[in-house]
Design a protein around this ligand. Structure first.
Ligand code: HEM
Ligand code: HEM
Length: 177
């Protein structure tokens, strides 16, 4: 297996699909009504189903990235190669943390989690009113840490467009023939 020099179409499509879904997911998370006792409402069912879609896509991306490694842009100084790789791995870890803490939250509440009300999914743990508050805190920590990591990642992308003016942003955009 050799390191490729550029991202292929599947990596690009998965990257931008997850970006779009995360934008909807964060907005929905903050706009949906607070949850109270009782089964999840429509907004929460959508939040859970979107979260599970993001989980499936990020796992697919992870498998794709491991089986199709791409070398960092050759013009980058060593510190930028190391830091960009580190932030990319951190983004994977934090998306997984946000989705898994969310799923645990729903499980501790005793909800039966389903995918768009169509496919029932297993609970990750039994109903546990005491653990709800802890996991709620962890879901929020994961969301904020993810948001900060995304901020750093996007700031770096903008620095490459406007300050370094190199081809890094181009690597994640549709290739021109
Ligand atoms: C990357 C994926 C996810 C992101 C970015 C995300 C983001 C958010 C945000 C911003 C909130 C509102 C703030 C809060 O109360 O914490 C929230 C709440 C919530 N999320 Fe997620 N979420 C994700 C995945 C999930 C998943 C997969 C589930 C369940 C299977 C889930 C379950 C919940 C629940 C139950 C709440 C309500 C918490 C409360 O009202 O205290 N989330 N999420
Ligand atoms: C407007 C927002 C975004 C922009 C402009 C952007 C830009 C880029 C660019 C230019 C690269 C290629 C860097 C390189 O390797 O040379 C990249 C890679 C990457 N981005 Fe983003 N990105 C954005 C949002 C996100 C978000 C929200 C995530 C969260 C999951 C993310 C996760 C990644 C990962 C993990 C890679 C490494 C390639 C891979 O493993 O598929 N990006 N991004």
């Amino acid at each position: 297996m050799t390191d490729r020099l550029r991202y292929g179409t599947p990596a690009k499509v998965l990257h931008w699909l997850v970006v779009a879904l995360l934008a909807v997911q964060f907005s929905l998370g903050w706009l949906m009504p607070d949850v109270h006792a009782g089964p999840p409402g429509r907004a929460m069912t959508l939040h859970i189903s979107l979260g599970l879609t993001i989980l499936a896509l990020i796992l697919l991306r992870l498998v794709w990235r491991i089986t199709h490694p791409v070398a960092p842009e050759s013009s980058l100084p060593p510190w930028q190669r190391v830091s960009s790789e580190a932030v990319h791995w951190l983004l994977y870890v934090l998306v997984l943390a946000a989705t898994m803490t969310g799923w645990l939250f729903a499980s501790f509440r005793g909800w039966s989690v389903s995918y768009f009300n169509l496919i029932p999914l297993p609970m990750l743990a039994g109903k546990n009113p005491v653990a709800i508050h802890q996991i709620d805190g962890w879901h929020q920590i994961a969301e904020w840490a993810l948001l900060i990591a995304i901020g750093v990642h996007v700031a770096a992308a903008f620095a490459h467009i406007f300050i370094y003016r190199d081809g890094v942003m181009q690597r994640m955009l549709p290739s021109r023939r």
